[in-house]
Design a protein around this ligand. Sequence first.
Ligand code: GUN
Length: 293
Amino acid sequence: MAHIIDGKAFAGGLRERIGAKVADLTARHGLKPGLAVVLVGEDPASQVYVRNKGEQTHAAGMHSVTHRLEASTTQADLLALVHSLNADPQIHGILVQLPLPAHIDSNAVLAAIDPNKDVDGFHVVNAGRLAVGLPGMVPCTPLGCLMLLKDHLGSLKGRHAVVVGRSNIVGKPMAQLLLQADCTVTIAHSRTADLPALCRTADILVAAVGRPEMVKGDWVKPGAVVIDVGINRVPARDPEAAAAGKTRLVGDVAYEEAAAVAGAITPVPGGVGPMTIAVLLLNTLTAACRSHG
Ligand code: GUN
């Protein structure tokens, strides 16, 4: 059976180290890193994420502000808030929770965030910095995956990494990070020919497609490291519980099958998920330190 990569424990340790650094910065330099999270509307999953982000920011000793705006908020009002946060010296990181309501152009909002405060790493300037190897803000989830991989494997040099998924939030930045770590990288997606055969060539297999349990056990090369980025809610296993509306979380990987073949694997929940907010705190700390010179 595969080694289980404990992202929850790793993220807990990372948050502790961040908390210690924040306490030191505050005591010695009077610098308290500040994160502003903006939520527009009442999407239930987003509400949970935003609450968790606020709580964990606060727990790390940072300045935490959450702006909750009505679903009917205009793009102009949202842009005005982003501009005021850009200008606020107490705020080092700005995160606008996605998805935004349909009447708002997400790209226009992301483009309005000061790239140096863009702790999500979604601004085109940060995507460009990552692509050319300049320091910038790196998207939280892929950076969290890279940390777990390096912690488990040490050097990633020369390994064949297959990233399934080509989103701007995970797939593309993940591929850039793996390339920087000297992997040979293949980006696969829904139109890739013979995806199972390609995945079987991977030493490192990252699944970020948003489809429950799509990656099967026989897609995994024996001994490969499998990173499952998916968080999908599906009906509970027990038919009675499912009929009552009960759900469970699964990843993009068929866990039991894959764990029987892989050398190591991240579980869902408790794998990649907890890393995202921990890295968000790390990015906020980094942004605060850079702003201080
Ligand atoms: N919605 C789901 N995940 C994320 C994320 O990492 N950042 C933002 N801004 N919105 C999200």
